[in-house]
Design a protein. Structure first.
Length: 255
């Protein structure tokens, strides 16, 4: 399992707060900062998932994941623009959505979303480091994200609402209404925000999985071996056989 040092945890947290300071405008910036700072200790040590083979299932994994999604979303937004998309969303909307897309994994002030798995067998054999807290009311993560923001009086735009709700893309059946669309142009999403944040989230999760697979699977000492690149052999090192040379000449001979 990846273990972050106190310095890394603090640096990640500062980057998280800097993204709010640099992209979110008042008056909701102050409310957002207060919400997160008041719950700093919980957010600092939250995992991003419950299973090692998913992504960032370790203390501090949540903030690290959100920072990666935010950074990726900013770059992917620029790429969409370079490819000709009108975007129909702002930098603030993209960053706000990225920052809060998984907020529902906080749970409530009384109950965390993830709790340590008490089963050593499941931890060791299935990588289930955490399990979902059954004390929480049944609610999907995107819905809880929006619920928590509303609870704190933090407003959001239509773009941000749809972006947070649908950031899991078609992996979530509930998103078909928004993403499957219809045959008429008016039934498509008006903004590219959902696609930008979804791409950022998927890429971040994949990179985090690869980091675990290559460095921490079965312990740090058992890294997955990198594929070997075959050595390119020049003709001087290994000339073609007589039969191969004859076949080559036959194929390319002129009449």
């Amino acid at each position: 399992m990846k273990e972050l040092t106190p310095e890394q945890l603090q640096a990640n947290w500062q980057e998280f707060l800097d993204n709010i300071n640099n992209y979110v405008e008042e008056p909701r910036k102050a409310k957002l900062l207060k919400f997160y700072k008041d719950r700093e200790e919980r957010f600092l040590f939250m995992p991003a998932s419950g299973n090692e083979a998913f992504h960032s299932a370790y203390p501090g994994g949540y903030v690290e994941h959100v920072n990666r999604v935010t950074k990726a979303a900013i770059e992917i937004m620029a790429m969409w623009s370079r490819f000709g998309s009108p975007l129909n969303c702002t930098d603030e909307e993209v960053v706000f959505t990225a920052i809060n897309h998984d907020l529902g994994k906080y749970g409530t002030d009384e109950q965390p979303y993830y709790i340590p798995n008490p089963s050593d067998w499941h931890r060791k054999n299935q990588g289930k480091i955490y399990e979902n807290n059954q004390a929480l009311a049944k609610m999907q993560v995107p819905d809880r994200s929006l619920f928590l923001l509303i609870q704190q009086g933090i407003t959001f735009t239509e773009n941000e609402y749809i972006g947070i709700k649908t950031h899991d893309g078609m992996y979530d059946e509930a998103n078909k209404y928004y993403l499957a669309g219809g045959f008429h142009w008016s039934q498509k999403l008006k903004s590219s925000l959902t696609y930008i944040v979804h791409q950022a989230d998927m890429m971040a999760a994949r990179v985090e999985f690869e980091e675990w697979r290559d460095n921490y699977r079965d312990g740090a000492d058992n890294k997955v071996s990198k594929p070997k690149v075959a050595k390119q052999v020049t003709g001087a090192e290994k000339p073609l056989s007589a039969s191969a040379t004859a076949a080559f000449d036959e194929l390319f001979k002129t009449n």
